[in-house]
Design a protein around this ligand. Structure first.
Ligand code: ACO
Length: 431
């Protein structure tokens, strides 16, 4: 980043109070560096929800929300989703470059060699109720990984950070599949080294010791694309959570677990599950106007799930790709007349013509169509957010690594505008 100019803070009489540096990045709005503001003026900035605050500088992902552009390390999401694979994207996000053929082979082998989890880890599952939400289990089990890999927990060692990244990319799918098997009371399936990353995950999800699972290439490609589309999204709530947790020096497994916990919320990754529940609740095209009216009613807490985004004020490019994937998957499975998909298309059409949604620039986000694809792939609704976590783990770990590698990194410690009681004394009769 380079300093281009300064920004002058003035008082109510337009008298200058202080000059603050303004930096520009390679793309996107300039930033006013307010680090010296408190020292120079005695005031903080106030920005709950971080609408106008860049919490860090990052080289990883760029979003232009007005134009609906998403770039991973400079490459448009459309090109990566159409011509890349998830593991190529992992390499890109972690190391800044797409792998050569040899690098990709080595990377895939490395990941494959780490897909098994420590056998002792399976005991953790037994402590959970069978009906526990998979995200609750994920929080517990991924967090527990730090108890198993003491050999590589030095966050100041690049070798340890890389090894932790590989372990997380490799083991999260195994844990996600174990969550599913545990909830349906079936034995865990070990990974199979002959299969690709996504084939292996689908087999661990759907095969049983009595029945093998032959992955369908169209469905494998669809899930690979879902993972690509969820791989990173700059400083979203869960990634910012990972960075904040990591800023204290916490180990990578603990930090990724913090990200998983944050992702679970319905306003973030929990939305894909909420979308499918909403579509099932709407039930029929004739009911759509009733739900649109509820979404617009300020006295009703109902929101159109899968609509709206903090950054995108245009069509989320990932939603477009996801909608195309819906067509491919439903075609492959002979589900041309899928009721939920038809309902979603109609809901989108009606919402996008409604002045409320037009005015507020509310468009479908990535979660609007992902649930329909996952549902068609046979993934239970309560597993949707865990699949999102599987794709996003690479983004979290790339951001965590970028932050730890930054020599200027300091613990994240926001300030506040205090609005509570001023100093007061305990009553004299109080013990
Ligand atoms: N349905 C109805 N109204 C909405 C919706 C929606 N889905 N989203 C936003 N609005 C309205 C709000 O009521 C608000 O109206 P107001 O200005 O009259 O008060 C206005 O649009 C702005 O909304 P905010 O909540 O202030 O916007 P914010 O940037 O804080 O929130 C969010 C973005 C959380 C994604 C929101 O749009 C939402 O709750 N969407 C539904 C949940 C969802 O799909 N989440 C997934 C996000 S993508 C992801 O995490 C992968």
């Amino acid at each position: 980043m380079t300093q281009t100019r300064t920004f002058t803070v003035v008082d109510e009489n337009s008298q200058p109070i202080c000059e603050l540096p303004v930096f520009n990045g390679t793309l996107g709005p300039d930033v006013i560096d307010v680090q010296a503001l408190y020292r120079k003026t005695g005031m903080f900035t106030f920005d709950p929800g971080f609408n106008s605050t860049a919490s860090c500088a990052s080289d990883i992902t760029y979003i232009d929300g007005e134009k609906g552009i998403l770039l991973y390390r400079g490459y448009p999401i459309e090109q990566l989703a159409e011509r890349g694979t998830f593991l190529e994207v992992c390499h890109l996000l972690l190391y800044n470059e797409l792998p050569t053929t040899d690098e990709l082979t080595a990377f895939e082998q490395n990941i494959t060699m780490h897909t098994m989890v420590h056998d002792q880890l399976t005991n953790f599952f037994k402590g959970f109720r069978r009906d526990a939400h998979p995200m609750a289990i994920m929080v517990g089990v991924v967090g527990a990984l730090s108890a198993f890999y003491h050999d590589a927990l030095d966050i100041n060692s690049k070798r340890d950070r890389d090894l932790s990244a590989i372990r997380l990319i490799a083991k999260v799918p195994t844990i996600v599949a174990m969550c599913h098997k545990y909830s349906v009371g079936l034995p865990f399936m070990y990974p199979n080294n002959k299969l690709s990353y996504v084939e292996n995950f689908m087999r661990m999800m759907f095969a049983t010791p009595c029945d093998d699972y032959i992955p369908n290439p169209v469905l494998v490609r669809a899930l690979d694309r879902i993972l690509i589309l969820h791989a990173d999204h700059e400083q979203n709530a869960s990634t910012s959570t990972v960075r904040l947790a990591g800023s204290s020096g916490a180990n990578p497994y603990a930090c990724i677990t913090a990200g998983i916990a944050c992702l679970w919320g319905a306003a973030h990754g929990g939305a894909n599950e909420a979308v499918l529940n909403m579509l099932q609740q709407i039930g029929d095209v004739s009911e759509i106007p009733k739900f649109i009216a509820r979404a617009k009613d300020k006295n009703d807490s109902f929101r159109l799930m899968g609509f709206g985004h903090r950054v995108y004020k245009n069509y989320d490019p990932r939603a477009k790709l996801m909608r195309a994937t819906c067509y491919e998957v439903l075609e492959e499975l002979g589900l041309h007349d899928d009721k939920l998909f038809k309902l979603a298309l109609e809901l989108e059409r009606i919402a996008l013509e409604d002045p409320y949604f037009i005015e507020k620039k509310l468009y479908p986000n990535v979660d609007f169509y992902s649930g329909i694809v996952l549902h068609a792939l046979g993934i239970p609704t309560n597993m949707f957010t865990a699949i999102f976590a599987m794709g996003r783990s690479i983004g979290w770990i790339a951001h965590w690594d970028e932050m730890i590698s930054d020599p200027d990194q300091r613990i994240g410690r926001p300030r506040q505008l205090y609005t509570g009681e001023t100093r007061r004394d305990l009553p004299s009769q109080h013990r």
